[in-house]
Design a protein around this ligand. Structure first.
Ligand code: HEM
Length: 201
């Protein structure tokens, strides 16, 4: 595959994620006080949020994880091919079968998540505010072909999301606006159109 195609897809993934972060404005309105408390105490008003603050901002981290779980910008992985005959959960998979694992089915699996359609960052936190349930969140896929950009993407999303929350207060443009949690799915999923007001804190 040509690099231009890769970069095109990578840009789409990052921008789709960012649009989704913003589209979860409805949830932000509820979470903002908690978020703000969290980031103001750790960071203070005089500077930007840095990567080194990340381990102290577990609520922000959990919120990002929950947005990725619900938004599923990559519903499926890239197609893979079985290199040998194998069996998965009792299903025989002959060599050379094309496999397209579904990531969304893991993220909405009721045997893994309680109320999987409900936005609840706290499912990723224990009583001590430590991150839990990481292993069940797979927006970057799994195994040898896992997205090689995971670490870069997660750092970028953390920095942009936490700094936006730190510097701006978000609200609906019109109280009657409906902030939809549904996305539009093509090769990647992007959020439905929405409007938000951002005011400098
Ligand atoms: C939120 C952002 C991103 C998400 C959700 C994401 C997700 C994914 C997923 C699900 C795959 C398919 C893995 C598989 O087939 O099993 C993939 C592949 C890939 N990603 Fe990402 N990605 C993101 C950002 C990035 C970034 C920033 C880079 C590079 C800097 C990148 C580079 C790649 C490459 C090169 C592949 C193909 C790997 C292969 O075929 O072996 N991705 N990504």
């Amino acid at each position: 595959m040509h690099w231009d195609y890769y970069w095109y897809e990578i840009r789409r993934y990052i921008t789709a994620s960012l649009y989704f972060l913003c589209s979860y404005g409805a949830a932000w309105l509820v979470l903002l006080t908690k978020q703000e408390l969290c980031s103001r105490q750790v960071v203070g008003p005089g500077r930007m949020v840095r990567l080194s603050d990340r381990r102290h901002l577990s609520y922000t981290e959990a919120t990002l994880m929950e947005i990725q779980r619900l938004s599923n910008i990559a519903i499926f992985t890239i197609p893979h091919v079985a290199v040998c005959d194998t069996t998965i959960n009792g299903f025989k998979i002959p060599k050379n079968t094309i496999l397209i694992p579904s990531l969304i089915s893991v993220h909405f699996d009721e045997t893994i998540w309680r109320d999987p359609k409900v936005f609840n960052p706290e499912r990723f936190l224990n009583q001590n505010n430590d991150i839990i349930n990481k292993e069940n969140l797979i927006p970057f896929s799994l195994g040898p072909r896992i997205c090689p950009g995971e670490s870069l993407a997660r750092s970028e999303l953390f920095l942009i999301f936490s700094n936006l929350l730190h510097r701006f207060e978000f609200s609906k443009v019109d109280p009657a606006d409906i902030l939809s949690f549904e996305g539009i799915t093509g090769i990647t999923t992007t959020p439905s159109p929405y409007r938000l007001k951002a005011e400098l804190r």
